[in-house]
Design a protein around this ligand. Structure first.
Ligand SMILES: Nc1ncnc2c1ncn2[C@@H]1O[C@H](COP(=O)(O)OP(=O)(O)O)[C@@H](O)[C@H]1O
Ligand SMILES: [Mg+2]
Length: 243
């Protein structure tokens, strides 16, 4: 079974220790989120795990064969149109041009982009459309491991819900493993099997919550009430400075 295993990870920018002695494991099929306040080191942890930042102390073992990332901002290639942006990752996998365009179109339609939008360039897209493209681009390659860095933060509640439901469908079918970074507890409760609380200065995992109910069975009232419970937790109160 594939997994991401992090042991005794410590990381500094200059003299400032950002992460201290972080250890955890994400097994195939799990959705694990890291919650904590802004500036606490969440993005740094994700970048280390995704191999975008060089490790200093500790070890990271990643046995997933394929991975993809979506960020808060869509980060599309400005010189490529919607379809080519989505198809971009398939090229690296050696998929033929015809098949790339076919698969890009299929997933674009699934993410509610319209045929009229396919030829548009990123500067012609709204923020919401850009994020649809960003999700389509991340998922078109069917990555085993998906890294998400606050991808819903800038979206209205309708689009947020729609994109989350796409993920829940994949999670339900056990087709994906997700490492999810967010400062939004409600999102974490909606999507995660496990929630790690990252207390800042320096970043340490101080608590783990586990949620056993399948994501597809978590309705709004469940998510609200579980979030309300978390907000009473002493570690959450301390980490987010709620008092
Ligand atoms: N490239 C960098 N160089 C120096 N400091 C950085 C860099 N990236 C992030 N930091 C600092 O590391 C800390 C953690 O940042 P980050 O991982 O982005 O936190 P979060 O994602 O939880 O908001 C912050 O104090 C931030 O200013
Ligand atoms: Mg961040």
């Amino acid at each position: 079974m594939a997994r991401l295993k992090v042991e005794h990870l410590t990381f500094s920018f200059g003299y400032k220790t950002i992460l201290e002695d972080i250890s955890f494991e994400i097994d195939e099929g799990e959705v694990v989120s890291v919650v904590g306040p802004s500036g606490g080191g969440k993005t740094t942890l994700l970048r280390l795990c995704a191999g975008l930042l060089d490790r200093q102390e500790g070890t990271i073992e990643n046995s997933f064969k394929t991975q993809a990332i979506a960020f808060q901002d869509a980060r599309l290639l400005p010189w490529k149109n919607v379809l080519d942006n989505i198809a971009f990752g398939l090229k690296a996998q050696g998929v033929s041009k015809k098949e790339r365009i076919k698969r890009a179109k299929e997933i674009a339609l699934k993410f509610d982009l319209e045929e009229d939008d396919f030829e548009k360039f990123p500067k012609e897209l709204s923020g919401g459309m850009s994020q649809r493209v960003s999700f389509a681009r991340a998922l078109v390659t069917k990555p085993e491991l998906l890294f998400l860095d606050e991808p819903f933060s800038a979206l209205d509640i309708g689009l947020k819900r729609e994109l989350q439901n796409h993920l829940i469908e994949l999670i339900d079918k056990k087709e994906i493993t997700i490492f999810f970074i967010t400062h939004d507890l409600m999102e974490a409760v909606k999507l995660s099997d496990k929630i790690f609380v990252l207390e800042p200065d320096p970043g340490r995992i101080v608590k783990t919550f586990t949620i056993d109910i399948p994501q597809s069975k978590r309705d709004d009232s469940y998510v609200y009430s579980e979030t309300a419970k978390l907000l009473q937790d002493p570690y959450i109160i301390e980490t987010f400075e709620l008092e």
